[in-house]
Design a protein around this ligand. Structure first.
Ligand code: SF4
Length: 391
């Protein structure tokens, strides 16, 4: 919490330009094995009056910023110069002030409702909040939120239509997998059937739908089932977006324990790429856009509109998988260091020689520490460690 208005900890990557309005705190489920975000925190729904007070605070900050713009001859526009002058004033460096001013600089058109499942709020209360928000900020064009599939399966299409009419434009669902045994193993608290029902309700209401899928979640044991069943569920939903976010297991996730005792083995990066290939191949009869907007994904280029760009996405994967092992290793190291975005980037001589230098250093240090050649499994561990920087 901050002293001006309340903000929760996370938002989807695609909401970087959104103003964050907290309508609930934490997650009502909070049991997923691969999630650490709200562990130890209690879920609560904020009363509409409290949320509206936050909106008033945001409006007061926005007015200060615009007033400064008028005073400095910029006619209410929030330019970089206005931002700099605003932040230079005493008392306006808080995260809340920065986020509102930055939001106006980005156009002031997008809002994301926090935290993990805002659709737990009673429909009439959420309508009240949405309407108030739009009245206070007529510039808003898009309002989005996370929601659990189970919650969506219990909302009626009519309720969702009401929310759409009040301004809710997109729902992000963390589907992760459509394979029932894996949903149980990961304690996701939802079934594939509920995911289909929840997703279809959103689509039918006309609210845009993003479904998040987690490559790697099936582990070595279930990677095929995970790929195929997840695609089959999505084939029945036809969401607007399918967003990929590759699994990374951190120490503060319950899943870490299962990794430590051998109950779960995360597939290698290359196995995950093969899994994504099978997943894409199985997607059929839908017009979703596949998005790879998370830095944890190895192949950022695997994105495009279905069905027309499926071939293009598969070609990127096939090109990578056809490379010799050392070339794939060089790409993985470069990607995890943040040097590379596309496969072609590896052709850059300067980047390429930096990557070779780093691999050489890592191999030498493994040899010194363990008295053996820097073997690939050891290097894989080092590469995996680099991913921690992006969480
Ligand atoms: S439902 Fe979402 S926020 Fe809640 S524990 Fe699961 S992954 Fe985390």
């Amino acid at each position: 919490m901050n002293d001006v208005f309340e903000m929760g900890p996370i938002r989807p990557p695609s909401e970087a330009q959104s103003l964050l309005i907290r309508v609930t705190r934490n997650c009502p489920w909070n049991k997923c094995e691969f999630c650490h975000t709200y562990k130890g925190e209690t879920f609560s729904i904020r009363p509409p009056e409290e949320v509206k007070k936050d909106i008033d605070q945001i409006r007061a900050i926005a007015e200060e910023v615009r007033e400064l713009s008028w005073k400095t001859g910029e006619a209410g526009q929030v330019s970089r110069a206005v931002l700099q002058r605003y932040f230079a004033r005493p008392g306006q460096q808080s995260h809340a002030h920065q986020s509102v001013a930055g939001w106006l600089y980005d156009g002031g058109t997008q809002v994301f409702l926090q935290d993990g499942n805002s659709l737990m709020v009673k429909t009439s209360d959420l309508v009240e909040i949405l309407q108030y928000l739009k009245t206070q900020f007529p510039s808003i064009r898009r309002i989005t939120s996370y929601a659990r599939a189970r919650t969506m399966s219990r909302k009626t299409v009519e309720e969702l239509k009401e929310l759409k009419k009040a301004g809710l434009s997109r729902i992000h669902i963390g589907m992760e997998t459509g394979y029932d045994p894996l949903l149980q193993f990961m304690k996701k608290g939802v079934t594939a059937e509920e995911q289909v029902r929840g997703g279809r309700n959103v689509v039918e209401s006309g609210i845009s739908l993003s479904e998040y899928v987690m490559p790697g979640l099936g582990g070595e044991r279930w990677w095929r089932e995970h790929a195929v069943e997840t695609a089959r569920v999505l084939n029945q939903i036809n969401p607007d977006y399918i967003r990929l976010r590759t699994l990374y297991v951190r120490k503060n996730m319950p899943l870490y324990e299962k990794v430590a005792n051998g109950e779960f083995v995360r597939p290698s990066d290359d196995q995950i790429i093969a899994e994504i290939r099978l997943f894409l191949e199985t997607l059929d009869g839908i017009r979703s856009t596949v998005v790879s907007d998370h830095i944890l994904n190895l192949l950022e280029e695997v994105q495009g509109k279905l069905p027309e760009e499926k071939g293009k996405m598969l070609k990127v994967i096939d090109r990578y998988l056809a490379w010799p092992p050392e070339e794939r290793l060089r790409f993985r190291v470069g990607r995890r260091l943040g040097y590379l975005r596309s496969l072609d980037d590896l052709q850059d001589p300067a980047l390429s020689s930096r990557i070779d230098h780093i691999i050489g250093e890592v191999r030498r240090s493994i040899q010194e520490a363990q008295g053996k050649d820097g073997e690939d499994p050891e290097i894989e561990k080092e590469i995996y460690g680099l991913m921690e920087n992006y969480i």
